[in-house]
Write a protein that binds this ligand. Structure first.
Ligand SMILES: Cc1cc2nc3c(=O)[nH]c(=O)nc-3n(C[C@H](O)[C@H](O)[C@H](O)COP(=O)(O)OP(=O)(O)OC[C@H]3O[C@@H](n4cnc5c(N)ncnc54)[C@H](O)[C@@H]3O)c2cc1C
Length: 465
């Protein structure tokens, strides 16, 4: 169905989250060569959390952040606002190299990182519309319901109990949120709703207050040991940290490290009370499902629904669409799904649509690394789970830069090496067939299949998901 667009519909322009704040005036670019202790490339959550914790640990450090647009231009200013404790990657894969205890420690650290972000936001007076209402994952249809129970059983095997995630009765589910066609749901407390741009702009302000210099409109054209080169000068530093996530493929020498995957959202107009009376959602839980082509959603502070999904997943040659313009097909598909979830929303309109890029490593697991010999470091590959993970990454990069041997530096994602993605056209073919198969699998399961479609398993095989 063609999505009904509001008269003041906006497509792209970075994201809806800047509509109330205004797209920021960019600060000053770099004014010439300079010398620093640490140069950070990219002013998203990863770069800013790293700068924040470094300066807190050692105020005498000169930390310089170089950003090609403005702080919060990337996924950090565009995401779905799930501050989630979910691990960015499969625990089995981390366990394979470091054992199950280490993988469990990483998961526990993720749960705790949700509260750490909330703590810092409070301490630094960052109002990011945070509500810790937990994560509601619904199953629609028997195949999804089976996967939900299998997923819960896997969580129990990992040692996570009812305080971490639990199955809801139909009554409990409907008391929280009424999703059409939902046949089951789990709820986990380890998730909070945020307004992403408010968090990243607040963090940028807090970091500047600590004395970190952020140079905007300053693209880094070369990263090498001891230097980050820009058109306006070179920053020489003992450590140069690449914090560019979905944009990493645009940096020389890193074209095939992480696949830039697109994700897209639409947002409705503010919904009237009678719609909320039908839907529920008083607890401001984050909402996800068990589809292969999964969705994610939140009820915003001003009572809209922000509803996201994959859209056009990948552009040939790892291109990134910079300002978030979103294809009509994606807007329509997200609208159809939104109305299928919440028929009461059908009378509303779409006010904004936007997209962003996230980084996907070949094994779908994130990593942090600092080479003590060269001083080069990076963190990322969060596969769409970066809002909380970036905080853990920032604290880990701090300890690695300061050469501290801590619990964080011994986590199984530190120094994780992954092979590069295949060259084109294999990369494009792989990703597109994966998502085509996922869509077909969802459609088949939607017709009442009791088990996960074999097509989805083939898709997982193709890209190692
Ligand atoms: C649409 C969407 C929805 C998402 N939803 C969620 C969610 O609900 N929950 C969740 O946990 N995760 C979500 N994610 C993922 C999450 O937003 C990211 O993992 C996280 O924001 C990554 O932060 P980052 O700082 O590493 O990268 P980014 O925020 O992308 O920042 C990278 C920065 O580097 C800059 N840059 C790039 N190249 C250069 C260069 N050459 N020189 C200088 N600067 C450069 C960019 O301009 C950008 O500002 C979503 C992502 C997208 C795109």
């Amino acid at each position: 169905m063609t999505a009904p667009l509001s008269p003041d519909f906006v497509n792209g322009e970075v994201s809806f989250w800047y509509r109330s704040l205004g797209v920021p005036d960019t600060g000053e670019p770099l004014g010439g060569d300079l010398r620093a202790d640490v140069a950070v490339v990219g002013a998203g959550y990863t770069g800013l959390w790293t700068a924040y914790y470094l300066k807190k640990a050692d105020p005498s450090l000169r930390v310089v952040v170089l950003e090609k647009e403005f702080a919060g231009f990337g996924a950090s200013g565009r995401n779905g606002g799930w501050l989630t404790g979910a691990l960015a990657g499969s625990p089995e894969r981390y366990a394979k190299t470091h054992g199950r205890d280490a993988a469990r420690r990483l998961q526990r650290a993720m749960f705790e990182a949700v509260d750490e972000v909330i703590r810092v936001a409070r301490e630094e007076d960052i109002d990011a519309d945070i509500v810790k209402g937990g994560l509601l994952t619904v199953a629609r249809g028997p195949a999804q319901a089976l996967r939900l129970r299998e997923e819960l059983a896997a969580q129990r095997e990992w040692g996570w109990d009812r305080d971490d995630v639990r199955l809801l009765t139909t009554g409990e589910m409907n008391e929280r949120l009424r999703v059409a066609g939902a046949t089951g749901a789990t709820w986990s407390p380890h998730c909070a709703r945020i307004q992403p741009a408010k968090l990243v702009r607040g963090l940028a302000r807090a970091v500047r207050d600590l004395g970190v210099e952020i140079y905007e409109r300053t693209p880094v054209t070369e990263i090498a040991p001891g230097r980050a080169v820009t058109p306006y000068g070179t920053v020489r530093a003992d450590h140069v940290l690449r914090c560019t996530e979905g944009f990493t493929a645009t940096i020389a020498g890193h074209h095939r490290d992480w696949l830039p995957m697109n994700s897209s959202l639409i947002v409705t107009a503010p919904l009237p009370e009678k719609v909320w009376a039908e839907i529920g959602w008083q607890g401001r839980e984050l909402l996800g499902d068990m589809a292969h082509y999964y969705m994610y959603a939140q009820r915003t502070a001003d009572d809209r629904i922000a509803f996201g999904g994959r859209g056009r997943p990948y552009l040939y040659g790892s291109r990134v669409d910079e300002r978030g313009h979103t294809h009509t097909w994606t807007v329509d598909a997200l609208w159809d799904l939104l109305v299928a979830f919440f028929p009461a929303v059908a009378g509303s309109r779409v006010e904004h649509a936007w997209s962003g890029v996230l980084g996907v490593p070949r094994d779908w697991c994130s990593a942090v690394h600092v080479d003590p010999a060269t001083g080069l470091g990076w963190a990322g590959g969060y596969t769409g789970h970066g809002v909380t993970t970036t905080n853990l990454a920032g604290r880990t990069l701090r300890d690695l830069v300061l050469r501290r041997d801590t619990g964080l530096t011994r986590m199984p994602w530190v120094d994780r090496r992954v092979r590069a993605w295949e060259p084109e056209p294999l990369r494009w073919l792989g990703v597109h067939s994966m998502y085509r198969l996922y869509r077909l699998a969802d459609a088949r399961e939607g017709r009442g299949m009791a088990r996960t479609s074999v097509l989805a398993r083939i898709a997982d095989r193709i890209t190692g998901h």
